[in-house]
Write a protein that binds this ligand. Structure first.
Ligand code: PRT
Ligand code: MG
Length: 220
């Protein structure tokens, strides 16, 4: 990519965007007004200073765009980073936003799962890789069924005995008759960059530095 073309910065289109925008602004990445226009169907927007092109994609796709170098930088949850485990992704700054945890949950009245009782356990999740690794560490061979949302419905409808999903307040689990049994990981959003771009384009290193020094509001 030539030095004249803008850096591509990928952001998730959903819930963490509201928290990410002020952090980006402190690092000097401010999307043009059209970005906030609900009727605008564009997926790519210039920054106010034209130095950056901001693309709005699904959270999992932020990691994929950056890992393959199609975007040089982005913001994504550590849940997504760990699920993919892309070697080309480097996550140098913890932004402290989008806090939640990845947890195992089960129906509140279901019996304790005993590994010896069944040949395998079925788990519904958006995170099959993280879930499989975690259950393997407990000596349980889990069959992880990938869902893209509404995991909480799976146990009641007999799809799986357990789910692995993100929890913040715990309200969603409670409203669906589920209880949290284990925490797999604590999650926050990170600045991610493509490793090759970081080595070859000084603007990427400068961006990392701005996020590190300006964007993260350190606890006093
Ligand atoms: O494609 P998709 O819609 O999944 O993602 P997106 O592009 O819309 O991304 P976006 O911006 O929604 O960001 C998703 C990221 O936000 C996750 O990868 C996490 O890093 C982070 N995050 C933080 C959360 C939550 N908290 C959260 N609570 N993502 C999802 N939830 C959901 C959870 O899945 C469950 O359905 O909220 C529900 C639980 O919330 P409580 O408060 O009821 O416990
Ligand atoms: Mg969403």
């Amino acid at each position: 990519m030539s030095a004249a073309s803008p850096l591509i910065f990928a952001v998730p289109k959903g819930r963490i965007l509201d928290e990410a925008l002020p952090v980006m602004a402190r690092a000097g990445v401010v999307p043009e007004a059209a970005f906030h226009d609900k009727n605008d169907r564009a997926l790519s927007f210039a920054s106010e200073d034209r130095a950056t092109q901001i693309i709005r994609v699904r959270a999992f796709d932020v990691a994929t765009f950056v890992a393959f170098g199609a975007a040089q930088a982005g913001i994504v949850g550590s849940d997504v980073i760990e699920e993919f485990d892309y070697s080309e992704l480097y996550a140098p700054v913890d932004l402290g936003i989008g806090q939640c945890r990845l947890s195992v949950a089960q129906p509140k009245d279901s019996a304790e799962y005993l590994p010896g009782n069944a040949s395998h356990l079925r788990v519904a999740t958006k995170y099959p890789s993280l879930a499989k690794r975690w259950f393997a560490r407990q000596g349980i061979q889990a069959e992880c069924v990938k869902l893209n949302g509404a995991m909480e419905l799976a146990p009641a409808l007999g799809l799986s005995m357990r789910i692995v999903d993100l929890v913040s307040t715990g309200r969603t689990l409670k409203d669906n008759g589920l209880v949290e049994t284990d925490t797999i990981m604590q999650v926050t959003s990170r600045l991610i960059v493509n490793r090759a771009a970081l080595k070859t384009d000084p603007r990427v290193a400068a961006l990392v530095e701005r996020f590190r020094t300006e964007a993260v509001v350190l606890a006093a």
